[in-house]
Design a protein around this ligand. Sequence first.
Ligand SMILES: Cc1cc2nc3c(=O)[nH]c(=O)nc-3n(C[C@H](O)[C@H](O)[C@H](O)COP(=O)(O)OP(=O)(O)OC[C@H]3O[C@@H](n4cnc5c(N)ncnc54)[C@H](O)[C@@H]3O)c2cc1C
Length: 385
Amino acid sequence: MGHVIRTEEQQAAVDGLRRFLAAEAEPMFNKEYREKFVPREQMGAIVRKLTEFGLISGAVPESHGGMGLDWLTLIMLFEEVAATSIDLSVPVLINSFGAQMLQRLAPEPLQKRYLPGLLNGELFCSAGISEPDVGSNVLEIKTTARRDGDHYIINGEKTWISNGSYSDFLICTCRTGDDPRRGLTHFLLDRKEHPYEVRNIPKIAWNSQSTAQIFLTDVRVPASNMLGREGEALKNTLVMFERSRVFVAAQGLGIGRRALEEAVTYAKDRRQHGKVIAGHQLIAAMLAEMATNVDAARLLTYRAASMIEAGIPAEMEAAMAKYFACEAAVTVARQAVQIHGGNGVTREFLVEKLARDAIVVPIPEGTTQIQQLIIGRALTGVNAF
Ligand SMILES: Cc1cc2nc3c(=O)[nH]c(=O)nc-3n(C[C@H](O)[C@H](O)[C@H](O)COP(=O)(O)OP(=O)(O)OC[C@H]3O[C@@H](n4cnc5c(N)ncnc54)[C@H](O)[C@@H]3O)c2cc1C
C-alpha cells in the first residue's frame, strides 16, 4: 500500500504476475483448497505456470538454464505469491533453493539430471536439515551417512520437511564425521532410487502444502550423489541461509501486507456508531501502525535482497529482515482480526487464516530468537549461542 519504487520492467513483471495470481491462485488457495491439502498434480500444475514468470527459474543464471533475474526483482515477485497464498509460496521457495544448491554444489551429471526439471516446475525437492532433536542446534545433526565402498548408507529421521510428500528428491544433511562443524555432508536422495518414507504433519496452518517427517532406513546412495565436498555441508548451508532468510522475510511481508489490505477494505465498509469504522480514530491509528510495520518489513527485506545482488555480505541484514518481517506479520494479522471484530474469527473472512499463517512464519529458517542472536553477534563480535 505504501509506495514502492520499481523499474518499468519490474512493474510490468509484478503486474503480469498479479493478474495471473488473482485469476488462478486466489480462487484455488483461498477458496477451493483453503482448508484442504493440494494434491501433487494440482500443485505441480500451478508451480509450472509460475516458472514462466521467473519464479524458481529466476533464481538460477541463464548459463545454467535459468532466467537469471536480479535478487530484488525475484523478491518483489515472491512477495506477490506470499501475499496471495503462503501455501503456494512454500514449494516456490524450497524448489528455488534446491535449484540454487544444485547449480552451486552438484556435480555436472546431477545438475543435468535434476536442474532442468526443477526450473520448469516438473520436479519438486526437499531440504532435510531438522530432526526430532535438532532444530536451532544444526551442529548436532544425528542422521548418519556411513561409507560402504562407492556408496553411503544413510540412517536417521528428518522432521518439518517442507515439500516432503511432493518431493522427487531430498537434499539431506548427514553426519559423515565426528567434528560438529566439519562432519556434515549433503547428499541427493532420489525418492524412487533411494526410497525414503514420508508422513505429512498436520499443523495450525500451512496445511494446503506438505510439511513432513522423513524416515531414512539403510538408504544406499552412490558417493557420486554428494553435493559439495565431504564435510562442507555446514559452510554451504550457512551461505544458503543468508539468502533463504530473505525469502522467508518476504513470506512474512506478504502475509502482513495481505492482512493490511483486508483490514483497510473492511474498515471502509463496516459501519458502527453512525459511520464507517475507518472514521474512528483508534481504528485509523491501528491501520497506521500496521501500514508502517508492513512498509518497514518491506524496506528491510528489499535492502537485504539488494545487498545479496550486489555481492555484499548480508548475514545481519538478512537476519534483521527475517526477524522483523515475520514478527510484524503476527502483529499485523492479529490487528486485522481485531478490526474485523467477530467476523475476523470466522472462516468467512481471510484474516482468520492469515492470523494462523502468520504464527508459523517466525519459526522456520532460524527462529526469531536465533535471528536476534545473529544480530547480537554481528554487533558485538561476541557469540551468545
Ligand atoms: C512450517 C515449517 C516448515 C519447515 N521446513 C523445514 C524444511 O524444509 N527443512 C528443515 O530442515 N527444517 C524445516 N523446518 C524446521 C525449522 O527450521 C525448525 O523448526 C526451527 O529451526 C526451530 O527448531 P525447533 O522447532 O526444533 O525449535 P527449538 O530449536 O527446539 O527451539 C524451541 C524454542 O527455543 C528457542 N531457542 C532455541 N535455542 C535458543 C538459544 N540458544 N537461545 C534462545 N532461544 C533459543 C527457539 O527460538 C524456540 O523459541 C520447518 C519448520 C516449520 C514450522
